[in-house]
Design a protein around this ligand. Structure first.
Ligand code: ACM
Length: 266
């Protein structure tokens, strides 16, 4: 069994110091809860609703060189995995990224490939397939927020062997929590969406962080408005059974030879 933790928190726009304090406090709170795998929301070091590139630049960090990644690395030392959304800088470019640290090491960085709303004003889109990582004998896929609206992402993660999708989010549309139930059913996979709460400028974030199982059951869901640490025990091996009926396997029964339209770019 694996103990998943999802931290539903409220980052602040244009206040790096407050965000670093929030991250530190959140990790401290999570440390005593027996969590093996912790997920934090998207852009926890920066907030979301930027007004200028100066705000983006002020909060962005290069993985391995900033305070947020040092905190994540430290938290992961005791045999734990953490996945968190950050505003990332690489030279003169910024990315909306999810970083993964395990056992005191940086494992991977996923750069969001589907940018939502104004994000393309600030961020370059990632150019790599979302990753699947191994930890403690289980396999975890990573995607970020608006990737939920593209079922191809969860499908690729499932095809690449993920049993659990770790999903940092800053959700504003009212559909994702329901859609993740479907992502679970159609891929027979767990999903863990760590969403944020609160308002920033014109945006209101929807909370309701949740964990779903391969049958689409919602194992836990946080409130719409409160900071919470959801702690849920799961058995990732249940996601290895892809049979939606005795006769039907949701991956093997696909007909990719009829799906060419999915990979046409027009
Ligand atoms: C989103 O992708 N942050 C809505």
């Amino acid at each position: 069994m694996v103990t998943l933790g999802l931290a539903q928190i409220r980052p602040h726009i244009a206040s790096v110091r407050e965000n670093l304090e929030l991250i530190e406090n959140t990790l401290e709170q999570a440390a005593g809860r027996g969590i093996d795998v912790l997920v934090l929301p998207e852009l926890v070091n920066s907030g979301y609703a930027f007004k200028s590139e100066e705000e983006v630049a002020a909060s962005a960090e290069t993985v391995g060189q900033g305070t947020a990644s040092a905190l994540f690395k430290d938290w992961s030392r005791l045999g734990r995995l953490i996945v968190a959304g950050i505003c990332e800088r690489i030279e003169d470019r910024f990315y909306n990224s999810a970083v993964a640290f395990a056992k005191g090491e940086h494992i991977t960085t996923y750069r969001k490939i589907h940018l939502f709303g104004d994000e393309a004003r600030w961020f370059a889109a990632g150019e790599s397939e979302p990753p699947v990582i191994e930890f403690g004998g289980n396999r975890y896929g990573i995607m970020v927020c608006f990737d939920w609206a593209f079922p191809e992402v969860a499908r690729i993660l499932a095809l690449n062997g993920a049993q659990v999708i770790l999903h940092p989010a800053n959700l504003v549309l009212p559909y994702c929590q329901t859609a993740m139930v479907t992502r679970s059913i159609e891929n027979r996979i767990f999903t863990a969406t760590a969403n944020r709460i609160g308002n920033e400028r014109e945006l209101e974030f929807s909370g309701m962080s949740q964990v779903t199982d391969p049958r689409g059951e919602i194992l836990a869901r946080a409130s719409e408005t409160d900071a919470e640490l959801l702690v849920v025990e799961i058995d990732p091996r249940l996601a290895d059974d892809k049979n939606i009926t005795q006769a039907n396997d949701v991956l093997k029964d696909r007909r990719p030879e009829l799906y060419h339209r999915l990979t046409d770019s027009t």
